[in-house]
Design a protein around this ligand. Structure first.
Ligand SMILES: C[S@@+](CC[C@H](N)C(=O)[O-])C[C@H]1O[C@@H](n2cnc3c(N)ncnc32)[C@H](O)[C@@H]1O
Length: 393
């Protein structure tokens, strides 16, 4: 048991409000947006942080905030960071046998590099332990027992104990075939699109260009309440190295696992023109045990135009951009077909949600096919700025 602790979580840029809402739903308490891709909230027990780490589909990383200080970008910042870390309450997380590493991230213009930040804050940890416990803490940059994170984000510095580990929560553990596809969607963005459509597991859902099936699989996991980190338990830093001996991880995991609704059979269809992607999608679905509720098949988008009119509630898709997948000239034709198919297949008030950099094209087609845009937002997709559009019939 610990008293009020501040948790620091990261997400994709552009979806902070949705990630904050998701955490709010998990914990039933106020969550704050701290800046681009950053969220904070307070917990009374570390178990609450573990619930977020295990369940949240829109979160990349969960950490325990140990220090924060404002910066001005000059060399003086390094001394400020050293002092903030050196005076933080970090010693209870380290024993004399442990090795540690500081992983740093820096965004903005500063008179120093992220290597400087790691060096200075790492030294502050060592000096603090020498002073308090009388030994020199081992450093291991490859396989540390304890991971601290230093974030220099424009004019703010945060120092935190990592509960997630080196692999972000974006890696769900089911995407074993991801090498097959050059443009597979991040599960976080897939889950974000699904939340925007109001997906609750009772509607009929289609992704007609599903690639390796990320959107369909995230939808099935959401409907069945399969925790986002269900396959990742043993790789979580909080499991490898619990920050407190009183933290009852088994209790949290068992309680949340008993809430999984394996019997639920949401109606989800995924198709793609390429058979090898559908084979990969099926493997992914098997890995996370949702293969019995997703109908994956090889099918051309164009062929949906002869399917039953008004038979689909939600179409959620990540069409080709013509950058990594699909020939640029053919891409426009695919979007025309997608909007035609959506107009034909969707029920009244049915929704089409897509993620794309081709914003002008989508605006034109939404007007042409009478599927007005009801929601739009810019998000970061790797290094690309793309927009999520939600159109409604
Ligand atoms: C950006 S990828 C989708 C990636 C997917 N969201 C995932 O997570 O793996 C676009 C997909 O559209 C498919 N595609 C392109 N043109 C198509 C068409 N005419 N009919 C069906 N699928 C098509 C491609 O094969 C590709 O897998």
């Amino acid at each position: 048991m610990i008293r009020m602790t501040t948790i620091f979580a990261t997400t994709s840029s552009g979806i902070e409000d949705l990630a904050a809402k998701e955490i709010q739903e998990i914990l039933g308490k106020k969550v704050y947006i701290d800046g681009p891709g950053r969220i904070t909230f307070n917990v009374n027990k570390l178990e609450e942080a573990v619930r977020v780490l295990y369940l949240a589909r829109l979160v990349k990383r969960v950490m325990l905030k140990l220090a924060a200080v404002s910066l001005d970008g000059t060399q003086n910042d390094l001394k400020k960071m050293y002092d903030a870390v050196n005076s933080s309450d970090l010693s209870s997380f380290l024993t004399s046998k442990d090795s540690f590493a500081v992983r740093s991230k820096r965004v903005g213009k500063h008179e120093y590099t992220s290597i400087d930040v790691s060096r200075v804050t790492g030294q502050a940890v060592i000096d603090r332990i020498i002073k308090e416990k009388g030994y020199r803490q081992k450093v291991d940059l490859d396989k540390p027992d304890v991971i601290f994170r230093s974030y220099v984000l424009y004019d703010c510095f945060y120092f935190a104990l990592d509960l997630t580990g080196d692999t972000s929560l974006e890696r769900r553990g089911y995407r074993t075939e991801v090498h097959l596809h050059p443009a597979s969607l991040s599960p976080i963005l897939a889950a974000c699109m699904l939340r925007l459509t109001g997906w609750n597991g009772t509607q009929v859902l289609l992704d007609p260009m599903c690639g390796l099936g990320t959107i369909c699989i995230e939808a099935a996991c959401m409907a069945r309440k399969i925790p986002a980190a269900y396959l990742r338990k043993s790789s979580l830093q909080v499991v490898k190295r619990p920050p407190s001996p009183s933290l009852n991880l088994e209790h949290v995991f068992n309680e949340l696992d008993t809430k999984i609704e394996w019997h639920r059979k949401p109606f989800i269809i995924g198709s793609d023109i390429k058979e090898k992607y559908i084979r990969g999608a099926r493997k992914h679905a098997e890995k996370i045990i949702v293969h019995d509720t997703i109908n994956f098949n090889v099918k051309k988008l164009e062929d949906y135009i002869i399917d039953q009119q008004g038979s689909i509630d939600l179409i959620v898709s990540n069409p080709p951009y013509g950058l990594r997948v699909g020939h640029p000239k053919k891409v426009e034709a695919v979007y025309h077909t997608l909007f035609k198919v959506a107009h034909h297949l969707l029920t009244d008030n049915g929704k089409l949600c897509i993620i794309t950099p081709h914003t002008k094209l989508v605006e034109t087609l939404s007007e042409k096919e009478n599927l007005p845009v009801k929601h739009e937002r810019w998000v970061k997709y790797g290094n690309l700025n793309v927009k999520i559009f939600m159109c409604e019939k």
